[in-house]
Design a protein around this ligand. Structure first.
Ligand code: GLA
Length: 676
């Protein structure tokens, strides 16, 4: 079968080559194998329809075996072999992990933790993002790679470093301290400005000179939260600066599009990707199911929708996911039959046009030898390989979906900065965690059959029927104004507790919570009443709330649900406020999932937002549409068949359907008939 592929031409690649068709890909690490295996690899890749492979991602010690001595013979051979078989390369700059000769000669590049201890080589990514020595040596390598392969016909995409910040996002060394001070001076202008922003009158922290300022190294007590917040911002910016520096070198030698793999995931919160996305030509994301979470499949959907938001609503590349188990969770749960297809096609339903995996062939050695791959240890006479072939065939059947966009009329506001600030020390309850509240809101929407776009705070919201704002603790005046204006102009906003509390310097907005949204929501709270673990409040409609209630007074809002017990019986917990031409809804507790989904359905109906009746916690219904055609994706995670009221051509089975029955565990995609 021909690869479901990028065009096999010698013309320079463009971002459109990467988004105009559906394709299958993977990380390919041939340096782990004998060249005889490579020849088998390319044949198998063609059989599966793999057409884009990431190479040289961890290639530094291979292509620069000693300082300044380059040996590209192996990479030349690999790229030529790929090209001869019509497989394009997503070529790594190779800088993600410095080789031992480098860290031995320049130990100052090693990262230092908050407690002052150094992290040594022996793993990967042992480098300080602010190290000028590392930067210089990395850019030297990029220069060599870009010069040599900048117009190689196999190269369709540049892959800068790898998962920037995965292990080394925060470095507290002296070099980082100097860079942090420069960054702070740029942000705050003067030491006085810094003192104001950080509120250093508290606890005798007033600075008199820049040299006194440090990264938030380990302290004996609670650190200054504004200092910690700025360090998060600084650290994200330092890595972005690295991405931009490598990109600048690539652009001098090549017109091939540039990307790096983002990690929108529950266990990585260090990079504010809203600021990064404009700096890549095509947004790429890595995702692995996280079985430490209560609902891994819902988190997958959330990250896919967020990645689409980073891509401005357009197509994006899933740069890595797994055929089965990973090797870095406490229990590495293997995927059951059909689960890989459901996972892959959920990303596709939510806007990914390229579906890539880590990695091609399961390693026999090294830290990731128990990580799944397209070719497992068992070889190709295996269920995993057969499912890979099935995925390749399915992508071929779905080719016409490429380039279409996901249809959503509800937005969810998500903010890395609120995540950093809200989860800081010294808050009302450590049981209230930002991402969990975002996931709870998203889960309620997904269970209610509402497809959402994930957007950054401050983005224009016009065109949406409803905007959901979970725990937006930190919000600037402008960002709050964008939401308030949207409601005044006729939109509906649903805001949840611990939102609108502080400004960009983590300074509390006075006069009653939720400061920034008080007028929009028509409520004012004097005091939070976080609930101890295991304690619940009951609401007058039978719903249950956890974690939180607050001493809330309605100003102009009307109570929708009220507490019947708990610390504040009779207090409003859900309110509705007419504001201008729209409505502001407030939810001041963590509702149980079923009640949350019911409330979201009620609010979506009031707002006139689209609700998919067949969807539920285990059934996803998502629409993609182009200028002329509309597609309905149904992913059935449940053990029962599901019926969906849709008519048209089902692309995977090739059947015309009038009312679609999706078998248990299956995925179906219908090109809708116009009459619907
Ligand atoms: C990340 C990395 C890969 C690999 C996988 C394993 O996504 O980019 O190199 O380590 O994790 O899940």
């Amino acid at each position: 079968m021909p690869p479901s592929a990028l065009p096999d031409t010698s013309a320079p690649a463009t971002p459109a080559d990467l988004t105009g068709r559906l394709y299958l890909g993977c990380d390919y690490n041939p340096e782990q194998w004998d060249p005889a295996v490579w020849r088998e690899d390319v044949v198998l890749m063609r059989e599966a329809g793999v057409s884009l492979v990431a190479v040289n991602v961890f290639g530094w010690s291979d292509v620069e075996p000693a300082a300044g001595r380059y040996d590209f013979s192996r990479l030349d051979a690999v790229l030529d072999l790929l090209h001869a078989h019509g497989i394009r390369a997503n070529l790594g700059t190779g800088t993600s992990s410095p080789p031992p000769w480098l860290t031995a000669a320049h130990p100052e590049v090693l990262p230092v933790m908050a407690d002052g201890t150094t992290r040594y080589p022996g793993g990967r990514q042992a480098w300080c993002p602010s190290s000028p020595v590392f930067r210089r040596l990395a850019l030297d390598l990029v220069e060599q790679v870009a010069r040599r392969y900048g117009s190689h016909p196999a190269v369709a995409l540049w892959h800068v470093s790898n998962e920037l910040g995965c292990h080394n996002a925060h470095c507290f060394c002296d070099e980082s301290a100097r860079a942090f001070r420069r960054w702070l001076e740029h942000r705050h202008g003067s030491v006085d400005g810094l003192n104001r922003a950080w509120g250093t009158s508290f606890w005798s922290q007033r600075y008199t000179a820049w040299d006194e300022v440090l990264p938030p190294r380990l302290t004996v007590s609670t650190p200054n939260p504004a200092q910690v917040l700025d360090f998060h911002r600084f650290s994200s910016d330092e890595l972005l600066d690295h991405l931009r520096a490598e990109t600048a070198v690539l652009r001098r030698h090549s017109s091939v599009p540039v990307t790096t793999n983002f990690m929108v995931t529950a266990h990585q919160r260090q990079m504010d990707y809203w600021g990064w996305a404009p700096h890549v030509d095509v947004v790429a994301q890595d995702h692995y199911l996280d079985h430490r979470l209560p609902d891994p499949a819902a988190e997958l959907s959330f990250t896919a929708d967020t990645t689409r938001g980073l891509a401005g609503g357009g197509p994006w590349i899933l740069m890595e996911h797994s055929t089965s188990a990973v090797n870095w969770q406490p229990v590495n749960v293997a995927k059951v039959p059909g689960e890989m297809l459901r996972n892959s096609l959920t990303h596709l339903a939510r806007g990914a046009d390229g579906l890539c995996f880590f990695q091609w062939r399961a390693s026999a050695q090294g830290a990731e030898k128990f990580h799944s791959a397209l070719v497992p240890h068992a070889g190709t006479d295996s269920r995993v390989w057969r499912e890979v072939l099935e995925l390749g065939r399915t992508l071929e059947a779905l080719q016409e979906v490429a380039g279409t966009t996901v249809q959503a009329d509800v937005a969810l506001v998500f903010s890395w900065q609120s995540w950093w600030a809200a989860d800081g020390e010294g808050r009302p309850s450590t049981e209230v965690r930002y991402l969990e509240q975002v996931h709870a809101a998203y889960g309620a929407l997904r269970a209610a059959g509402v497809t959402v776009d994930v957007v950054p705070p401050g983005r224009s919201l016009s065109g949406y029927r409803l905007v959901v704002v979970p725990e937006l603790y930190l919000v600037t005046d402008d960002e709050a104004a964008a939401i308030t204006r949207y409601v005044a102009d006729g939109g509906h906003a649903l805001v949840t507790f611990f939102s609108g509390i502080v400004d960009e310097d983590d300074r509390v907005r006075l006069g009653g919570h939720p400061g920034a949204f008080r007028d929009l929501l028509g409520v004012s709270t004097q005091e939070f009443h976080p609930l101890p673990v295991g304690r619940e409040v009951h609401l007058d409609d039978g719903a249950r709330g956890r974690l939180w209630v607050e001493d809330l007074a309605t100003l102009t809002a009307k109570p929708v649900r009220t507490a019947v017990d708990g610390p504040l019986p009779g207090v409003p917990v859900v309110t509705r406020n007419d504001h201008g031409a729209g409505v502001g809804w407030y939810v001041a507790t963590a509702l149980d999932p079923a009640s949350y989904a019911a409330l979201v359905s009620e609010v979506a109906a009031a707002a006139g937002a689209r609700v998919e009746p067949a969807a539920g916690p285990l059934v996803e219904v998502v629409r993609r549409a182009g200028a002329e055609r509309r597609y309905v994706f149904v992913v059935n995670h449940s053990a029962d068949p599901v019926d969906v009221p849709v008519m048209g051509l089902e692309l995977i089975t090739g059947e015309e359907v009038r009312g679609l029955r999706v078998p248990a565990g299956a995925v179906r995609v219908v090109r809708e008939k116009e009459e619907l």
